[in-house]
Ligand binder design. Structure first.
Ligand code: BTN
Length: 243
């Protein structure tokens, strides 16, 4: 498809700009790219820091023909696409649902926001934030964050990264549309390095220590509790429990 790209030098959040474009009637495949963001949004109400001139901040408007029930899969499709795009620069892994890590540190976060009727998705805004050329991080992030440049030991033009992400997204989304998530699931699982490991899951209801088994065809996390019982997690956050 043709992407319609809106470039903005500086904005609060590209998610916000994309919402506004959507309200003004933007088409599917409209993409907002910002030079820098001043109040980037993360998952679960967190903030996302975007450093001037070094990070990629982009939001894609997609109008998929799927029902609400299938929405979580889209975010995993995006994670596979970004993982493939970034794997040119370093060995990447995916932390469920869609953080991209290099050497265990976060290099990219993805935030998917929906506009839906009770039964139908009107639009999905997939926000992607990638640390590309960041040389330093705030003390609070230092141990947990990294950039492509830090890992690849060379600076990387942001436009190349954006191009690769859009190319991979196009391919992965086409696969998803033609064959469904079943073909994407093994790709996602191949990047998810902590399968079989002991993890801590924090969801709205509880915190649980369990073994990561994989994901379901719906994109939910499959874990095994200590007693051996299998549980599905729909949303939340996971961490590796170091032994
Ligand atoms: C997360 O890991 O919590 C998700 C972070 C998502 C950040 C991106 S940057 C582009 C888009 N605009 C935002 O305000 N957030 C997303």
């Amino acid at each position: 498809p043709e992407y319609k790209i809106h470039y903005i030098e500086q904005t609060g959040s590209t998610q916000q700009v994309a919402m506004q474009l959507l309200a003004d009637g933007a088409d599917t495949n409209t993409v907002v790219v910002a030079g820098t963001q001043t109040s980037g949004r993360g998952r679960l109400g967190r903030v996302w820091q975007s450093e001037k001139y070094t990070t990629v901040s982009m939001s894609m408007i997609i109008k998929p023909t799927i029902t609400l029930q299938h929405a979580p899969k889209l975010t995993l499709v995006a994670a596979v696409a970004v993982a493939r795009a970034l794997s040119k620069y370093a060995d990447v892994s995916i932390k469920w649902p869609n953080d991209i890590l290099i050497n265990g540190k976060k290099v990219c976060g993805i935030l998917t926001e929906l506009q839906a009727d009770p039964d139908r998705i009107k639009a999905v805004i997939i926000g992607i934030g990638i640390n590309v050329n960041n040389a330093v991080f705030d003390e609070s992030l230092e141990d947990r964050a990294t950039s492509l440049a830090q890992e690849a030991k060379q600076s990387i033009p942001r436009v190349n990264v954006i191009e690769r992400v859009l190319t991979e997204w196009t391919q992965m989304y086409a696969l998803f549309e033609s064959d469904g998530f079943t073909v994407l699931k093994p790709l996602w699982e191949a990047y998810a390095t902590s399968i079989g490991a002991t993890i801590r899951v924090r969801s709205e209801q509880e915190t649980l220590v369990c073994t990561l088994l994989g994901i379901t065809d719906d994109g939910y996390l499959r874990v095994q509790r200590e007693g051996g019982e299998e549980t599905l997690i729909i949303s939340g956050d996971i961490d590796l429990v170091s032994s």
